[in-house]
Design a protein around this ligand. Structure first.
Ligand SMILES: Nc1ncnc2c1ncn2[C@@H]1O[C@H](COP(=O)(O)OP(=O)(O)OP(=O)(O)O)[C@@H](O)[C@H]1O
Ligand SMILES: [Mg+2]
Length: 326
């Protein structure tokens, strides 16, 4: 054997060293591990989530995409604390979504996460003004310390109205607002108690694309200026094309990811570089892109080799030992 060839042990050590900085869990906002959700309807079982893995860092803005029925809303409802998974683990900002008590669940929903639905009407109470809708979650949360609390709440309402550029709409009721304006108010309501995580299920689904783009910009503002970690389910390829990280869900599992980075060349010109990743699960399974497999005619069995800093996957061209003997 060539002595320059790195041994398996060398490679393992190199890989561990390279991975070390990413193991810090303090920066993790959302961690889902082998998440399973099975629904039983009319005696038929539906596996909506089939061992889903997802990690989201604090301060990230992530788009979730996937075909209808792939499990996006199921995942979001679990993260929102509205539904409980069948198995696996899910932790959001230190809350264990499978094990927490009813009291903690209520606190989690009121303080740790905010939620925006697709249906604009579902996000707001029709008989309250925009400002009153935004103040309501704060009033539900805080019972004590009446004196200073009222002033602090009023300040927070003003700050949210301004951040979302809807200060002039403060005294209007939902029926007096456009769909896009209602969604802005809904984002402010979701952010009222300053949650660490903001979740949105198709928040631009009922809006035309121009209004949708503006609402998406509002989510960016919340992410950047209010520091929330944001996860948005979307069908809109424009939205998905604008975020740094897009996670695709297929058949109840995370299947691939696209990461985008703005790179500046030596002349100062900016461009966006885009790279697609597939997910590696705990048992070592990866779902290779269909187009790659087709291009090289790979199926059933492939040859896998370890190289210094990557793994090689090749079509199986070796003759079958049994055939050779014949
Ligand atoms: N309460 C329920 N009872 C039974 N089956 C359910 C329930 N909720 C979801 N499902 C099923 O689970 C699967 C995933 O549904 P989910 O709503 O998460 O999909 P989705 O990705 O949000 O789809 P869409 O893009 O259409 O909103 C589907 O097969 C759906 O029929
Ligand atoms: Mg859905």
């Amino acid at each position: 054997m060539n002595s320059d060839q790195p041994t398996y042990e060398d490679l393992r050590r190199q890989a561990l060293a390279a991975a070390a900085p990413r193991t810090g869990r303090a920066d993790t906002a959302i961690a889902c591990d082998r998440l399973v959700r099975i629904f039983s309807a009319d005696g038929v079982e539906v596996q909506a989530l089939q061992g889903l893995e997802l990690t989201v860092q604090r301060g990230d803005l992530v788009a979730l995409v996937g075909a209808s029925g792939s499990g996006k809303s199921t995942l979001l409802n679990i993260l929102a604390g509205l539904d409980v998974p069948t198995a696996g683990s899910a932790t959001v900002e230190g809350f264990d979504l499978l094990g927490m008590s009813a009291k903690d669940r209520l606190r989690y929903r009121r303080e740790a996460v905010g939620f925006v639905w697709q249906q604009t009407a579902r996000n707001l109470l029709p008989f309250l003004t925009a400002a009153q809708n935004i103040a309501l979650p704060m009033q539900l949360k805080g019972r004590r310390g009446r004196g200073g609390a009222a002033a602090r709440q009023a300040d927070r309402v003003t700050r949210l109205l301004e951040a979302l550029e809807i200060a002039d709409l403060a005294d209007r009721r939902p029926a007096e607002l456009s769909g896009g304006q209602q969604q802005r108010v809904a984002i402010a309501v979701a952010m009222a108690n300053d949650p660490a995580v903001l979740l949105a299920d198709e928040p631009t689904g009922e809006l035309d694309s121009e209004t949708g783009a503006a609402i998406f910009e509002a989510f960016r503002t919340v992410n950047r200026e209010l520091g929330a970690t944001v996860v948005i389910v979307t069908h809109d390829p424009l939205v998905a094309g604008e975020v740094r990280r897009t996670v695709a869900i297929r058949d109840g599992r995370t299947s691939s990811e696209v990461l985008r980075r703005t790179v500046t060349d030596e002349h100062g010109a900016e461009s966006v570089s885009e790279r697609e990743y597939v997910m590696l699960d705990r048992t070592g399974r990866v779902q290779l892109p269909h187009k790659f497999l087709e291009a090289l005619g790979m199926e059933h069995r492939v040859a896998v080799d370890l190289a210094a800093d990557h793994i090689e996957v090749r079509p199986d061209t070796a003759e079958d030992p049994d055939d050779r003997r014949a």
